[in-house]
Structure formats: structure tokens, C-alpha cells
Write a protein that binds this ligand. Structure first.
Ligand code: C2E
Ligand code: CA
Ligand code: CA
Ligand code: CA
Length: 277
């Protein structure tokens, strides 16, 4: 038997996707959500594979509508990008992080935070100022902020390179997210001078399967190590995957094996427990 709540949830999401098919209504729906403060952040811990400790977290946006329904970011982020309103969401993410970070830093002063940027963010002129304002308001040291960009978010390579350059000149770290899922990965990697590579869960899930994808994953890690990039693997769900990644020389790990994305309260709880050990 399918729970009725799930059916209602699916129906509401379908209705929302339908409503978001027009750009103007997407803009109206997102603006309403911002006005009603329906967005919040979850934090998924990042584990240092050498010590097994939580050293940072990725901020992931959540949208809980007044109906109680949770809309997954996979649905509303692409819609907001298309409707040209993603920068308003990024602005809210920065505001929320600025509010949340001090509680975390009080427990773990060396904690790092990762935020996700979209293409429009990478190509607008005020993004650097916004990020510097975020570090100032949040108290996150520049070296402890990681900006995650995907290949998808690089439309104008020249422009993206300038943004990455300015960020790194300011001491902020840059990661290429979902690495390997695009079609021009190697070319981008060679041209964008970044600090971290995030290996997509698609590759992590292929480890140990003897598939071609598995071999690609090993080569990506080898290449990243050759380029002196630090590697974060995401989507780790089993100890077997963890062991293979550690042996391949991956430094950081993120995945359900350790934690799902947590509420701020749950993250603080985890960090206090870790402190006590
Ligand atoms: P992403 O940046 O690649 O984030 C990782 C996604 O993988 C998250 O989904 C996370 O919950 C999920 N994940 C983590 N560990 C595991 C695991 O072990 N197994 C599996 N199967 N999944 C795992 P989430 O939170 O639903 O976010 C989906 C995507 O939405 C993100 O992918 C990102 O592209 C986008 N997104 C989320 N928050 C933001 C944001 O604040 N700004 C922007 N621009 N995009 C965001
Ligand atoms: Ca998800
Ligand atoms: Ca990400
Ligand atoms: Ca990713």
C-alpha cells in the first residue's frame, strides 16, 4: 500500500512543476517563497578520510512550502535558473549561511563551508563582492569557504576563469562539482585553476563493479592527484566504496554512509559529540 502522504506529495510536486513551466509564474512562486521565508539550509558533513572526523559541510538549500510540502532542489533550482531568478536564491543562501555559521564556528573554529553557485552567479559582476560580504557577515575565514561550480555553470569560459581567479586571489577556495558528468571535463579542468575536485556519485557508485565507469573513476583520481588537486568524493554509501577511495588517494568524503544533509541543530549536535571524543 502506498502511503497517502506520499501520493499527496507527488501530486503537489507535479502541480508545482506544471505551474513552473512558465517563467513568469516561476518568478512569482520563487519570490513568494522568499517573502514567506520558506527556504532554509541543510548541511551535509564532509569527512577527512585520514582522521575520520567531520571537517566541514556543504550547504544545501531546502524549500518547505506553506502547504508543508518539501520541494527538492533538483526541481526548483533548474526552474529558477531558467526563469532568471537564481541569483535571488543564491542571495538568500548567503543570508541564511551568514546567520547559521557562527554557531558552528563556536564549536569548530576550523570548520569549512561549501556553497553551490549557478551559471548566472559565475557570470555576474557583483558575485565577488557578495561572497566577500558573506565571509564578513558569517565570520567564515576566506580560506574556509569553498565555492562549488559545475561544468554546467561555465557558459562563458573567459568570464568563469576571471571569476575563479578573483575568488582565489581573495583566498577563497574553488571546487569543480559533479566532475566527470559533463562532456568537456578535461578541457575545463586544464583551463580553470581550482583547488578541489568533487567526484560525482555516479563514479563512486561504479567503484568495485569492474565497469568502464569504474576505470574512469580511478583515472580521474589519479589525474587530480597529479595536478595536486584535493579530492572530495560524494555519494559514498558503503564501507567498500570508502576503502577503495582511500586507497586511490581521495582526501575527503561525503555521503549517506556518514550523514544525510542535516538540519543546523543536528549538525551542531554531531559536532558537539565529536568534540567530546
Ligand atoms: P549537488 O551539489 O551535487 O549536491 C549533492 C546531492 O547529493 C545532494 O542532493 C545530497 O543530498 C545528495 N547526496 C549526498 N550524499 C548522498 C549519497 O550518499 N547518496 C545519494 N544517492 N545522494 C547523496 P540535494 O540536496 O537534493 O541537492 C541536489 C542538487 O541541487 C545539488 O547537487 C545542487 O546541484 C543543487 N543545489 C542544492 N542546493 C543548492 C544551492 O544552494 N544553490 C544551487 N545553485 N544549487 C543547489
Ligand atoms: Ca536529492
Ligand atoms: Ca555541490
Ligand atoms: Ca555534486
Amino acid at each position: 500500500l502506498v502511503p497517502i502522504g506520499l501520493l499527496v506529495g507527488i501530486a503537489l510536486s507535479a502541480l508545482l512543476i506544471w505551474a513552473m513551466r512558465s517563467w513568469s509564474s516561476t518568478r512569482a512562486i520563487v519570490r513568494q517563497g522568499l517573502r514567506r521565508r520558506e527556504y532554509h539550509l541543510c548541511y551535509q558533513p564532509v569527512i577527512d578520510l585520514a582522521s575520520g572526523r567531520i571537517v566541514g559541510a556543504e550547504a544545501l538549500i531546502r524549500w518547505r512550502r506553506s502547504s508543508g510540502e518539501i520541494v527538492p532542489p533538483d526541481i526548483f533550482i533548474p526552474a529558477a535558473e531558467e526563469a532568471g531568478i537564481i541569483c535571488a536564491i543564491t542571495g538568500r543562501v548567503f543570508d541564511l549561511l551568514a546567520e547559521d555559521a557562527s554557531d558552528v564556528l563556536r564549536i569548530e573554529p576550523d570548520f569549512h563551508f561549501a556553497v553551490n553557485l549557478s551559471a548566472a552567479d559565475m557570470h555576474r559582476s557583483d558575485i565577488i563582492a557578495d561572497i566577500h560580504s558573506l565571509t564578513e557577515r558569517s565570520g567564515i575565514p576566506h580560506a574556509k569557504l569553498i565555492v562549488e561550480v559545475t561544468e554546467r555553470s561555465v557558459v562563458d569560459l573567459e568570464r568563469a576563469r576571471e571569476t575563479v581567479h578573483s575568488l582565489r586571489r581573495g583566498g577563497i577556495a574553488v571546487a569543480i562539482d559533479d566532475f566527470g558528468t559533463g562532456y568537456s571535463s578535461l578541457a575545463y579542468l586544464a583551463q580553470l585553476d581550482v583547488d578541489f575536485l568533487k567526484i560525482d556519485k555516479l563514479f563512486v557508485h561504479s567503484l568495485g563493479t569492474g565497469s568502464a565507469t569504474n576505470q574512469v573513476a580511478a583515472r580521474i583520481i589519479e589525474m587530480a592527484n597529479d595536478l595536486n588537486l584535493r579530492i572530495i568524493a560524494e555519494g559514498i554509501e558503503t564501507r567498500a566504496q570508502e576503502m577503495i577511495l582511500r586507497n586511490l588517494g581521495v582526501h575527503y568524503a561525503q555521503g549517506y554512509l556518514y550523514d544525510r544533509p542535516l538540519s543546523l541543530e543536528d549538525l551542531l549536535q554531531r559536532l558537539r559529540a565529536q568534540r567530546a571524543i
